[in-house]
Design a protein around this ligand. Structure first.
Ligand code: CP
Length: 325
């Protein structure tokens, strides 16, 4: 792996390998001093042209726990505001010695373009409606751990029903997570009104359902999407109240889930819109687990991209990261 731009670029074997490396990273994160020298001498630059809390801070934490140097690019105080292009910005930072760029941008395709302008690795931290590959990996990591499946199985989620609910049309998370969970064997369905479905749902190869209440009793993982008010005009839903009547998670809908079902959300949540229940009062909520697991998964991604090939085997990885076999 040189870059991580899109989940379809990953083979299923690479997805499983990343989840396995993330297991090692989770063990490191459980130590009193969660820091190893694996990426000493490497530099990771985070460039977020769009707001973020979870993704940016977890990538920075991940890089630091692997002893990489970090460079945080603040768009609001940069020469982008004087008209400097993204390409010139990348070439400028590359000349200072960057090994990996972690990039978020509101336009689809920007991380892919950046791969042509630098020798460094590029990780897509979310681009427009297109892709958010590390979110998909942390979702898969969370589900496989929480459902206690056999991680060595090439289709560990076979027979599990995942309902992805809400604004799939504008969601890079839905595009990425649907792909990864489907390839791990899950039966993924989109649950949304027609106006919030992507234009090409058939090409996603998954079932589309318009009634949330109908699927809840057979759902193993209920994945709520954020209503992306900044990416939609008011024509997509007649009103927020109308949307919530059909698709918000309420205490009554939580009761319809089977025992042991997981409730997930990529964040940030719109409380009172798609989330009309306090997640801290939902036994199956794994929303904060997703955030915590994001650090381990991003450590796994950075390690896989930046550690030397001879450090990538399980035994060497354990030795290098100081783990116990
Ligand atoms: N899930 C996610 O991408 O959250 P942030 O926008 O806070 O990074």
């Amino acid at each position: 792996m040189k870059h991580l731009v899109s989940t379809p670029d990953l083979s299923t074997a690479e997805i499983i390998s990343l989840l396995r490396v993330a297991d090692h990273m989770q063990e490191i994160n459980s130590r009193p001093q969660p820091k190893v020298p694996a990426l000493r001498g490497r530099t990771v630059a985070t460039l977020f042209f769009e707001d973020s809390t979870r993704t940016r801070l977890s990538f920075e934490t991940a890089a630091k726990r692997l002893s990489a140097d970090t460079m945080t690019f603040s768009v609001s105080s940069s020469s982008v505001n004087k008209g400097e292009t993204i390409r010139d910005t990348i070439e400028t930072l590359s000349s200072m010695g960057v090994d990996a760029f972690v990039v978020r941008h509101k336009s689809s395709g920007v991380p892919a373009s950046i791969t042509r302008w630098t020798q460094a690795s590029v990780v897509n931290a979310g681009d427009g409606w297109h892709q958010h590959p590390t979110q998909a990996l942390l979702d898969a990591f969370t589900i496989t751990r929480e459902l206690d499946v056999d991680a060595a199985d090439p289709t560990p989620l076979k027979g599990r029903n995942v309902a992805i609910v809400g604004d799939a049309k504008h969601s890079r998370v839905a595009r990425s997570t649907t792909d990864v969970l489907g390839r791990l064997g899950a039966n993924v369905m989109l649950v949304a009104p027609g106006s919030l479905l992507p234009p090409e749902p058939a090409t996603w190869g998954i079932e589309v359902v318009d009634s949330l209440d109908a699927v809840l009793p057979t759902t193993d993982v209920l994945y709520m999407l954020r209503v992306q008010r900044e990416r939609m005009d008011s024509a997509h839903i007649p009103s927020v109240e109308d949307y919530c009547t059909g698709y918000a998670l309420t205490p009554e809908r939580v009761e319809l889930l089977p025992p042991g079902a997981l409730v997930m959300h990529p964040g940030p949540m719109n409380r009172g819109v798609e989330m009309r229940v306090d997640p801290s009062e939902v036994a199956g909520s794994r929303i904060l687990h997703q955030v915590a697991n994001g650090v381990a998964v991003r450590m796994a991604v950075l390690f896989t991209l930046l550690a030397s090939p001879q450090s990538q085997g399980d035994d060497v990885l354990l030795a290098q990261t100081g783990g116990q076999s």
